[in-house]
Design a protein around this ligand. Structure first.
Ligand SMILES: Cc1ncc(COP(=O)(O)O)c(C=O)c1O
Length: 350
């Protein structure tokens, strides 16, 4: 007799993390290249002296600070070990085996994995021809078994963002017993005034959650902390399925310090936004198709040429995130890193 690992795990797609290749520029994981915000590094160093103590399980200081800044009651906030953990907590808290989780595809690659680990059924809804979320198709995919719909805006990996009016019309169509998760991991990079603010929408609908993270614009991907703004009963359920102490003390201190570094954050985002435009414009000039992006990455839908593009970039010491047969996602880095990418893209095109 031997132990019995769940047989269905064999068929799970693997989460493919962006590769790190020594000596190459990594533009594969939507990280910011400039590191944590400068003032936050000091808070991290201070917190390191206290790591013999367990972290505050309720992340009280962080939750209080978020509540004040976002003007939402603390009961509506839950933290997680990165927003990917919150995605998992949501599926665990909302679904029993056989329930359905609807999400756009292609989108954040953790959605199908987390859904299947929970024993729920995934319903993938194709993007539009313009690589954007198809809200009509998402609404049409909802059935009596649907418990959760993920709406990723800006969408990873295509970068496209919804407009508030279309999202509002969609939310009006979703049955009130289905939870809509607005995954706003790239929210800080959005500059389209028509884009929605998910936290605002959580005030108007009792079945909407906004997920945000310190991993991207704040530069804390290695520390793992994100948060949800949710209806109180959902936030409570998320706390119930939270792995005790999983948001560590250094992450909590860094997140609090990050919230206080607004100006540094804005400067950083302004550079990413300017570079995103430069990279996108140049790729278009070179003849690539590039959907409009509101994130810190661009999507290059290359179809069957994706693999060759990926290899060419690697030969030129640039690591992108290739989705074979579909497209390549390229993170916007520093101007110098972006130049390296653009040179590789130019020699591939020419
Ligand atoms: C759309 C989206 N959501 C969530 C996450 C998870 O981020 P983290 O767990 O680092 O907060 C990512 C990371 O790539 C993402 O792209």
């Amino acid at each position: 007799m031997s132990v019995r690992v769940r047989a269905d795990l064999d068929s799970l797609p693997a989460y493919v993390a962006g590769r790190t290749v020594p000596g190459s520029t990594k533009l594969a994981s939507n990280e910011v290249s400039r590191g944590p915000l400068p003032s936050v590094v000091e808070a991290i160093t201070r917190a390191a002296h206290e790591v013999h103590r367990y972290p505050d399980m309720a992340a009280t200081e962080l939750v209080d600070d978020l509540a004040e800044r976002l003007d939402v009651p603390v009961e509506r906030i839950a933290v997680g070990c990165g927003s990917v953990a919150l995605c998992q907590q949501i599926v665990q808290a909302m679904c029993v085996p056989g329930d359905e989780v609807v999400f756009p595809w292609r989108s954040f690659e953790a959605y199908p994995i987390l859904t299947r680990v929970a024993g729920a059924n995934e319903v993938r809804v194709p993007l539009t021809a313009e690589n954007a979320l198809d809200l009509d198709a998402l609404a049409a995919a909802i059935t009596g078994s649907t418990r959760v719909v993920f709406v990723c805006t800006p969408n990873n990996p295509t970068g496209t963002a919804l407009h508030e009016d279309e999202l509002v019309a969609f939310l009006d169509r979703v049955p009130s017993d289905v939870l809509v998760v607005l995954d706003e991991a790239y929210r800080e990079f959005v500059d389209d005034p028509k884009a929605p603010d998910g936290v605002e929408l959580t005030r108007r609908w009792d079945n909407v959650v906004s997920l945000r993270t310190f991993s991207k614009a704040y530069g804390l991907a290695g520390l793992r902390v994100g948060y949800a703004v949710a209806p109180p009963e959902v936030a409570e359920a998320l706390r119930k399925v939270y792995i005790p102490f999983s948001v560590n003390a250094v992450a909590q201190a860094a997140a609090v310090a990050s919230l206080g570094a607004r100006e540094e954050l804005e400067q950083r985002c302004a550079e990413v936004i300017a570079e995103r435009k430069r990279v996108g414009d140049r790729l278009l000039e070179l003849g690539y198709r590039v959907p409009p992006t509101q994130a810190n990455f661009v999507w290059v839908p290359l179809g069957e040429r994706t693999r060759a593009f990926n290899e060419h970039c690697l030969e030129n010491r640039v690591v992108v995130r290739a989705f074979t047969g579909d497209g390549a996602r390229v993170t916007v880095g520093t101007p110098q890193e972006n130049d390296a990418l653009l040179e590789a893209a130019a020699s591939f095109a020419g």
